[in-house]
Design a protein around this ligand. Structure first.
Ligand code: MIC
Ligand code: SF4
Length: 644
């Protein structure tokens, strides 16, 4: 039996486990990346682990999220990350150099290698045939120290692309179609591999748009073959020597196959408030819009912005629309500046932002009340834009630019002849904004600089003998990490200060939650399906840990968040019968007797007793030998310290 691309990479990096679906495999990690919103905590954890120098082939720290400096906090955190990197062997991508995934794809990613990143959109690297996975900061810290990264062996899904996109239909429309078919939970426990004749019609930046937004499917990762198109891209980046060919075997077996005829796709949008709420632009109709934002790690490549510039050239943005554009990297920005496309964008009235995440993470450009905002980004969760009742639609750059001019939702196919932008033979690359670490012999002289905003990791304790606590919060289905631990310009600067950031935990759902949880001392949370979807932010586990959450009981979990709960020493429990969700209410007194002994004995079936209504509720606690020990120890940091 042959192998898929992902299976080949996993096989070549397998440190433990066997590759049967669902069982835990430990992988050797070649590269890591962090960004600044998760990075400060990841490097504090790396320091706590105590390995002096990273053991990976390449580790890079990017500054791209917390770039608004309205107080000392972000600048202090950036200085901490820069000095920690210099000391411990990590490359540092300075603010202004661009969004982590865009820059990593351009400059550092390599086909066939493994990459984990403390950001859920790390799978962007799958666009050049990497096995690139989003993880919690602590997992990245462990991998930097040379430790394995563990996943449960995913199922393999093949998305078979046939035909060719029609003019004005774009890669974004392909991934929106996949989301429409599979939904935001359809990818959980799966790796999505793209294949078929249609793959040959897609450039690397287009492939990367698709793998990037595979995160919204809940998939472990997504991957394209590494072929001649990949080689051409890498050669244009001056890195042809980093290229290797990679494809799945003809007799590889997939658990699921999805067929998409590219020629049938039309421009689409993901409507509020979920990336899988997909409609065609035609069906949405010519509704009035207030704002357009172009950029983010999904759609900010040279090709994307060149198309946008061509659409805007010689026109003016509609008077009722604010158009903001953030190029994905310094490379992209510089090329647009040199070839005149930037002038076309400026002339049309766009507001140019720095190369960073910006509005995607609520760092500025929040829309007006009830404002309709079209964005080329990947997430439109409620409140994420910074405006509670903002209506965010996710669209392609072509749809975004056409609509910005017209002031209403506009199908770009109405624009006439398509613009054809070829991939440049040579990108304008240089790495002058990437600071190399100090040589080993000088590392002891590097002082790590810490600002007053940096507070220690929350106190942990080994799993208690029994849990006897109230339920402090009950939430519904598809709760995102933006609900659990909101981001945005006001809250992001607190990422290295868990006591302060905890004051915002779950306030999107219930503004009294932090105070209530603190007053109760210890408690549990109850949730529905796909709990914790979205970001990799471990703060969505660390803030609950700080607030005394001992267990989270849900219908199902999103992958990265479940791992983050385990890493924080919080018990992840799932209802055996989903209907039992109705048997626990906020305020009920809950007991899980002898929980420590049961878990230590390897029992997966536990009983929760609801002392308020007398119900006995069966739940599952599926842990491997390793994750069991992590939970017993009180989290991965304690476990790693104990086990060296
Ligand atoms: C996001 O898109 O939500 C983020 C901000 O990039 C996060 C990481 C974070 O919360 O810092 C992600 O996707 O992992
Ligand atoms: Fe940044 Fe947005 Fe991409 Fe997250 S999704 S890495 S916030 S651009």
């Amino acid at each position: 039996m042959g192998y898929t691309i992902a299976q080949k990479i996993i096989k070549a990096h397998l440190l433990s486990g066997d590759m049967t679906v669902g069982s835990e495999v430990g992988l050797k990690i070649d590269q890591t990346l962090t960004q600044d919103a998760t990075g400060t905590m990841a490097y504090l954890e790396f320091e706590a682990i105590g390995v002096p120098r990273v053991k990976t082939e390449k580790s890079v720290a990017y500054i791209d999220h917390n770039t608004l400096q309205t107080g000392f906090e972000n600048a202090d955190d950036h200085r901490f990350i820069q000095t920690v990197c210099k000391k411990h062997g990590i490359y540092f991508s300075r603010p202004g150099n661009g969004i982590c995934h865009q820059v990593h794809l351009e400059r550092f990613g390599k086909p066939g290698k493994t990459l984990i990143g403390s950001d859920s959109h790390t799978p962007t690297g799958g666009g050049i045939g990497m096995l690139a996975i989003g993880a919690g900061g602590l997992d990245v810290a462990v991998a930097m120290g040379g430790g394995a990264y563990y996943i449960s062996m995913p199922k393999m899904v093949r998305v078979n692309l046939t035909g060719k996109l029609q003019p004005w239909v774009s890669a974004k429309d392909i991934i929106l179609e996949v989301l429409r078919i599979m939904s935001v939970k359809g990818g959980v426990g799966k790796i999505i591999e793209y294949g078929g004749e249609g793959v040959k019609t897609l450039t690397v930046p287009e492939r990367a748009t698709i793998t990037n937004m595979g995160a919204e499917l809940g998939a472990t990762t997504s991957v394209f073959p590494s072929d001649e198109i990949t080689r051409t891209f890498m050669a244009a980046q001056g890195r042809e020597e980093d290229w290797t060919e990679l494809s799945s075997d003809d007799d590889a077996v997939f658990d699921e196959v999805i067929e998409i005829d590219l020629s049938k796709l039309v421009p689409m949008a993901a409507c509020p408030h979920s990336p899988d709420n997909v409609k065609t632009i035609e069906d949405i109709g010519p509704q009035k819009i207030d704002q357009v934002c172009i950029g983010s790690c999904t759609n900010s490549s040279y090709l994307d912005l060149m198309r946008v510039a061509a659409i805007l050239k010689g026109k003016t943005v509609h008077p009722d629309v604010s158009l903001a554009i953030a190029p994905g990297s310094k490379q992209v920005y510089n090329m647009l500046a040199k070839n005149g496309a930037l002038a076309d964008i400026i002339e049309a009235g766009a507001r140019i932002l720095e190369c960073a995440c910006g509005p995607c993470i609520g760092m500025g450009q929040s829309p007006n009340s009830k404002g309709i905002s079209l964005r080329t980004f990947n997430r439109n969760f409620e409140g994420r834009s910074g405006t509670r009742d903002g209506q965010i639609y996710l669209v392609s750059p072509e749809t975004a630019a056409a609509s910005a001019l017209a002031g209403v939702f506009t199908d770009p196919r109405t624009l006439g002849d398509a613009v054809n932008i070829p991939l440049p033979a040579k990108f304008d690359y240089n790495d002058n904004m990437v600071v190399a670490p100090a040589p080993v012999e000088e590392m002891d002289n590097v002082e790590v600089l810490r600002g007053p905003n940096i507070k220690p990791y929350p106190t942990t304790s080994p799993l208690a003998e029994s849990i006897d606590v109230p339920c402090s919060l009950k939430v519904g289905d598809n709760i995102t990490t933006d609900h659990i631990m909101p981001a945005g310009a006001k809250i992001l600067p607190l990422r290295s200060n868990i006591p302060a950031i905890s004051e915002h935990c779950f306030t999107v759902c219930d503004k009294d939650f932090p105070a209530r949880a603190k007053q109760l001392g210890s408690s549990i949370i109850v949730g529905g399906v796909n709990y914790g979807q979205g970001s990799s932010r471990e703060h969505a586990a660390l803030a609950p840990l700080y607030l005394g959450i001992k267990a989270v009981v849900v219908k199902s979990f999103a992958r990265i968040h479940r791992a983050n709960l385990i890493n924080a020493g919080i018990l992840p429990l799932t209802f055996v019968n989903e209907a039992d969700y109705d048997s626990i209410n906020e305020g009920d007194d809950i007991s899980i007797p002898d929980v420590r002994k049961l878990i230590a004995d390897g029992k997966e079936d536990l009983i929760i007793v609801n002392k308020t209504n007398g119900k006995e509720i069966p739940v599952k606690c599926e842990l491997s030998g390793r994750t069991r020990d992590i939970v017993l120890a009180g989290g991965l940091l304690d476990y790693t310290k104990q086990n060296g």
